[in-house]
Design a protein around this ligand. Structure first.
Ligand code: C5P
Length: 226
């Protein structure tokens, strides 16, 4: 018998992380950022100089690595991420990791290894898990499934604000839109667990809504389900 699980999936930049953390805080649930796991593996692959298409070497890495995720109390600060005891909290948000993560997340062995870790987080439930395949594949029996979307231009605008806040170099909106559209395409056309709205997911479009409005909608859906 486990506690409820909320699955939040959607494309890059729809606001999943911020909203999922907020929902977890309001409902007293644990927050799981599955994308951070794929990013951490990607960082390790790049750091070790392993070729992105060397599926064997990457599979071995994925099966042996230790990933730790610790959300900080402060909702403004990012979730702290370690891989093999190295703090990669900042490094996994770099442009280099972001542009390579989809290719690595498309590899079957990587997904198997990370989904196994996600299942161990979900054993007792009491979880808000966020990603691309949580409702369709990782926790298909989640009590509430949300598919969070926003237009490409809205998502590019939000990414640019994030970069500005982090003091990262300026990237043009056109460039960000291209990157987002490309990642959407890669994530939704891959063979293994593509990004898809689960049949029983509720779609929430976030254009023009702020974080607390979206959070309130999800909390509302959750309370109706229980
Ligand atoms: O959510 P975030 O942008 O951090 O995810 C980074 C990448 O990790 C995604 O673009 C996708 O390729 C991959 N991912 C995935 N399955 C998940 C979460 C993330 O394939 N459940």
């Amino acid at each position: 018998d486990r506690q409820p699980i909320i699955a939040i999936d959607g494309p890059a930049g729809a606001g999943k992380s911020t909203v999922a953390r907020q929902v977890a805080t309001e409902l007293g649930l644990v927050y799981l950022d599955s994308g951070a796991m794929y990013r951490a593996i990607t960082w390790l692959v790049l750091q070790k100089g392993i070729a992105i298409d060397d599926e064997c070497a990457i599979a071995e890495l994925a099966n042996q690595c230790k990933i730790q995720l610790i959300p900080s109390e402060d909702l403004q600060s990012p979730v702290r991420v370690w891989i093999n005891d190295i703090d990669v909290t900042q490094a996994i948000r770099s442009i280099e990791v972001t542009s390579n993560v989809s290719a690595i997340a498309a590899q079957n062995a990587v997904r198997q290894a990370l989904v196994e870790q996600q299942h161990s987080w979900g054993k007792k439930g009491g979880l808000v898990a966020e990603g691309r395949d949580i409702g369709t594949h990782v926790f298909p029996d989640a009590e509430l499934k949300i598919f969070l979307t926003a237009s490409v231009s809205e998502r590019a605008r939000r990414r640019q604000q994030d970069f500005n806040k982090q003091g990262q170099p300026e990237v043009s909106l056109e460039q960000l839109e291209r990157d987002i559209a490309e990642r959407d395409w890669k994530d939704s056309t891959r063979k293994v667990s593509p990004l898809q709205k689960a049949a029983d997911a509720i779609e929430v479009k976030t254009d023009g809504l702020n974080v607390s409005e979206v959070t309130a909608q999800i909390v509302n859906h959750y309370q109706q389900r229980l």
